[in-house]
Design a protein around this ligand. Structure first.
Ligand SMILES: Cc1cc2nc3c(=O)[nH]c(=O)nc-3n(C[C@H](O)[C@H](O)[C@H](O)COP(=O)(O)OP(=O)(O)OC[C@H]3O[C@@H](n4cnc5c(N)ncnc54)[C@H](O)[C@@H]3O)c2cc1C
Length: 464
């Protein structure tokens, strides 16, 4: 079977919307998603519908559209894209370890983002996890992450997860938001064009209040403690730059800490394809450089959604639609006038979302005080168990780039290849050598994107 046309990597709101736009204009596309079903992070489908919450109607709507246009949309769930090579060749591997090399005429990258957890003492203890991980447990399997749960970090996602846990019958002790309450109170000024999103936030706060879950602003977790697993969390009030007031530490007895400080775009496939990147800390860090049509600097490759700058699911869907239209026009299936009119409408919608999003980005921007949490013996690369002392010694000896630090300290050498540690470790390095974060650079990316067995590699790389 061959898949001419367009390959979309990622089946979240961005990828599904791109596919619908492409198929609507009569072209064929293939969505590759390593999840067991389409939906991405927000519209993830439960594996056990009996005990998980009802799927999101927007997600169901998009899935139905993809199914309706099934003649033009080939869905490959369970398959991982692990490399992009010259000439738009995309390597994918299926769960039964078969590797294929697809050669489409255009590629849309819509791989989403992953969560950011800055290191702090005790963060590697069992019982400490990300809000997203807990959400996956409850949403897909109806499994509670713990008995007494503290949610901490920054951003509205914390409120969403805390509410989902309450619905699942979990005891949420409190939510700790690093930024001050005064900043959050300004949001209505920025969100008047998107009242539904403000209402959603208000509904979360109301639900938490009814469940007697306090939301405490201007507090950060400074340490997680326990012998072999988490049994307490220490947190402290912070000022504008999030430096903890250590003489006011409070201790909370919990068995689970969910901690997340926003999201980091997954840019590794764009990097492998040779797309230029730019540093945009306000929307998650390194992102592919894109033009107005969401085309990257590599001809035929487009990027949409959180993987090209974190902006939420509504913006991801709009961007996916635009990237789908742009790729369709790139292949000559729609004329310039039709495309320009569609782009105008989508840009208008995106502009409506922007003020609230920008305000949220400012409120949740990472502050330098987070770096003061790291101690000499704090692990900064979990895959290779490298401590900050070891990494800093390597930095002081001159290893100030991802590549050199990896060689000398093994930080970033493990299974995640720096995807999870480098977004924060690069900040620590930049602070240590007193240079701009952009000078430190992103982690280098090379295939395979994730661990892959030799059997899968040897299974016959054939052009499709
Ligand atoms: C863990 C997590 C939980 C979230 N929960 C919420 C929430 O409850 N409410 C909310 O409003 N927002 C939530 N968000 C944010 C929201 O999900 C995103 O803003 C939105 O989904 C972005 O859409 P997207 O299509 O760009 O990416 P995603 O929805 O993240 O979809 C990307 C898809 O790409 C796939 N993928 C990535 N790399 C590969 C690869 N190499 N090969 C194959 N497939 C790949 C992934 O499996 C995923 O399905 C969450 C984000 C995360 C990371």
């Amino acid at each position: 079977m061959s898949y001419p046309g367009i390959v979309i990597i990622g089946g979240g709101p961005a990828g599904m919307s791109a596919a619908v736009a492409i198929a609507t204009h009569g072209l064929t596309c293939t969505i590759v998603d390593e999840g067991f079903d389409l939906g991405g992070q927000i519209y993830r489908k439960p594996t056990n519908p009996a005990c998980a919450p009802a799927p999101h109607p927007r997600g169901e709507g998009l899935r139905a559209e993809v199914a309706r246009l099934g003649e033009h949309i080939n869905v490959r769930t369970g398959d991982s894209a692990w490399g992009i090579f010259d000439g738009l060749r995309v390597a994918i591997t299926s769960p039964d370890e078969c590797t294929e090399l697809l050669q489409p005429q255009a590629v849309i990258l819509a791989p989403g983002a992953h969560e950011l957890v800055p290191p702090f003492p005790g963060w590697t203890l069992p019982g400490v996890m990300t809000p997203g991980a807990a959400q996956i447990l409850t949403k897909t399997m109806g499994v509670a992450p713990g008995k007494r749960v503290l949610v901490a970090g920054t951003g509205p996602f914390l409120l969403a997860v805390a509410c989902q846990l309450i619905d699942a019958g979990v005891h949420v002790v409190s939510v700790l938001e690093a930024s001050p309450r005064s900043a959050w109170l300004t949001l209505p000024l920025h969100g008047f064009r998107t009242p539904a999103i403000l209402d959603e936030g208000l509904a979360y706060l109301t639900k938490l209040a009814r469940a007697h879950v306090p939301v405490r602003y201007g507090r950060v977790v400074v340490a997680a403690t326990g012998e072999t697993e988490l049994n307490a969390v220490e947190h402290a009030p912070v000022g504008a730059e999030w430096f903890p007031e250590r003489n006011h530490i409070e201790t909370e007895q919990v068995d689970t800490l969910l901690i997340g400080y926003g999201f980091v775009p997954r840019v590794q496939l764009a990097q492998m394809a040779g797309c230029d990147l730019e540093l945009r800390p306000d929307i998650g860090g390194w992102i592919p450089v894109r033009d107005r049509n969401l085309a990257t600097t590599v001809s035929g490759i487009f990027a949409a959604g959180d993987g090209a700058g974190v902006a939420g699911s509504l913006a991801a869907a709009l961007e996916g639609q635009l990237a789908g239209m742009a790729a369709t026009q790139f292949l000559g299936a729609i004329d310039e006038a039709t495309f320009t009119a569609a782009r105008h409408t989508i840009e208008h919608e995106l502009a409506r979302l922007r003020p609230l999003r920008s305000a949220l980005d400012k409120i949740s921007a990472l502050q330098p005080g987070l770096m003061s949490l790291v101690r000499d013996d704090t692990i900064v690369c979990r895959c290779e168990e490298v401590t900050w002392r070891e990494a800093r010694e390597a930095v002081c000896a001159g290893s100030t780039t991802y590549r050199s630090l990896k060689m000398t300290s093994r930080a970033g050498m493990g299974a995640c290849q720096g995807r999870f540690c480098w977004p924060f470790l690069s900040r620590l390095v930049a602070a240590e050598v007193k240079c701009p974060l952009a000078d430190i650079g992103p982690p280098s990316a090379r295939p395979p994107l994730g661990p892959i067995t030799l059997g899968a590699l040897a299974s016959g790389l054939q052009d499709k």
